[in-house]
Design a protein around this ligand. Structure first.
Ligand code: ADP
Length: 209
């Protein structure tokens, strides 16, 4: 029997956690984890599926050729990024290969939660850009930060060039649209401690223990 979003959601409410790059999603997810909340991480699932010899990597090799695998038979992310950046059709094909696998594993993770879990978090950077991911959640929490502050933090975290971060931000939903879609918003322009306090407050509102 296949598990649908509805089956999974009827067990445990799922809060979708999202925000632009550098807004502080991972930092917020870590606070939820520290409070004992199960966090399903879309990026981690995607990375596992495209790791050495994994199902997604093999699907990529079948469709795009072995050149898109590295020496460990993991998807060669840099090569794939280069291809899909300049080729929207290839991007759609890649998504058509990987999204069903990611969706399946996300739903499995939700379905494996104990039914007495008060709520779970789905950490998903592109939650609002993708209808399927959005359908998995019962509420949307946006971590919000102004563009310049996001760029500054990502540059500090990763050493990426500011222009690269700007182009990633441009490929994501605009800040305004994200705020419009949110049920809850945490502005992360202050300290990490202030962010943690706001998450702890939401944890209580969400019914956490
Ligand atoms: P995202 O997952 O949304 O891309 P992160 O949680 O990784 O963002 O945060 C981006 C960077 O900013 C990280 O290095 C993180 O440690 C740092 N950071 C997060 N929140 C704050 C804050 N309130 N003040 C200063 N730095 C922060």
């Amino acid at each position: 029997m296949t598990t649908t979003a509805h089956d999974a959601l009827s067990l445990v409410p799922v809060i979708g956690l999202t925000g632009g790059i550098g807004s502080g999603k991972s930092t917020a997810a870590a606070v939820f984890r520290s409070l004992g909340v199960p966090v399903v991480d879309a990026d981690a699932i995607s990375r596992a599926l495209t790791g050495p010899g994994a199902e997604g990597s093999l699907a990529v090799a079948r469709r795009f050729g072995d050149d898109f695998l590295d020496e460990n038979r993991a998807m060669n992310r840099a090569r794939m990024r280069e291809l899909v950046f300049s080729n929207p059709a290839a991007r759609r094909e890649l998504e058509a290969l990987l999204h069903p696998l990611i969706g399946r594993d996300v739903l499995r993770a939700f379905a494996s939660l104990s039914p007495d879990t008060p709520y779970a978090v789905f950490d998903c950077p592109l939650l609002l850009e993708n209808k399927t991911w959005r359908g998995f959640v019962s509420r949307i929490l946006v971590i919000d930060l102004a563009k310049e502050a996001s760029i500054e933090r990502v540059v500090r975290r990763s050493g990426l060039a500011p222009e690269t971060v700007r182009s990633i931000l441009r490929s994501q939903l605009p800040r305004r649209a994200r705020l419009d879609a949110a049920d809850d918003v945490v502005y992360n322009g202050s300290t990490p401690e202030a962010l943690a306090d706001r998450i702890k407050l939401l944890h209580k509102i969400y019914g956490g223990k």
